[in-house]
Design a protein around this ligand. Structure first.
Ligand code: ADP
Length: 164
């Protein structure tokens, strides 16, 4: 890889809790992988937010599902997302949008991040209609009640959900 290429390489970060990863997340990641040279899926380690799966489990499930996408990496971060983006020299943050209900929060976060780091751009990818209703918390709720989640999450996640 030449130096020139490195300079122009478009690296994007896709942050989230991924507790657990769903088919909706995977759709965003595979589309992002076609748009950017490198996509870093950045799993938030948030000690204040109680997650169902540990950080290492969440990363493991993601890695399992992303083996076919060589330009996608899975990592984790704490603290401010823009600090992590700067550390990784990424100028793009990707977020997925489902319904209008996502908008307020995403709007506030994107504008706050821009205020703090004007050199970093947030790019939104619209959900595929098949996943517009899909969220990690919805999946966890169905699994808890004994429902079938195999159409909503990848196989590796179905297995993990059965264990808990
Ligand atoms: P967070 O805790 O940051 O909301 P999530 O893991 O819930 O993390 O989501 C990460 C990102 O993926 C967010 O931008 C969210 O809007 C997006 N996302 C989640 N589910 C879907 C889906 N079904 N379709 C498209 N985007 C989604």
């Amino acid at each position: 890889m030449g130096k020139r290429y490195l300079i122009f390489m478009k690296k994007a970060i896709y942050p989230g809790s991924f507790d657990p990863v769903t088919n909706g997340h995977l759709d965003i990641i595979s589309r992002a992988a076609q748009l950017f040279d490198e996509v870093i899926v950045a799993v938030i380690r948030n000690p204040d937010k109680k997650t169902k799966f540990s950080l290492s489990k969440r990363k493991k499930m993601l890695k399992n599902c992303l083996l076919g996408l060589p330009n996608v990496k899975v990592n984790n971060f704490d603290g401010l997302l823009i600090d992590y983006a700067r550390l990784r020299e990424a100028k793009i943050i990707i977020r997925g949008l489902r319904a209008v209900s996502d908008f307020d929060y995403e709007f506030q976060m994107a504008l706050t991040n821009r205020k703090m780091a004007p050199e970093i751009e947030t790019i939104f990818l619209m959900t595929d209609y098949r996943y517009s209703y899909l969220s990690s918390s919805f999946v966890k709720q169905i699994a808890r009640l004994g429902g079938d989640v195999s159409a909503l999450v990848p196989g590796a996640v179905v297995k993990e959900l059965r264990r808990i």
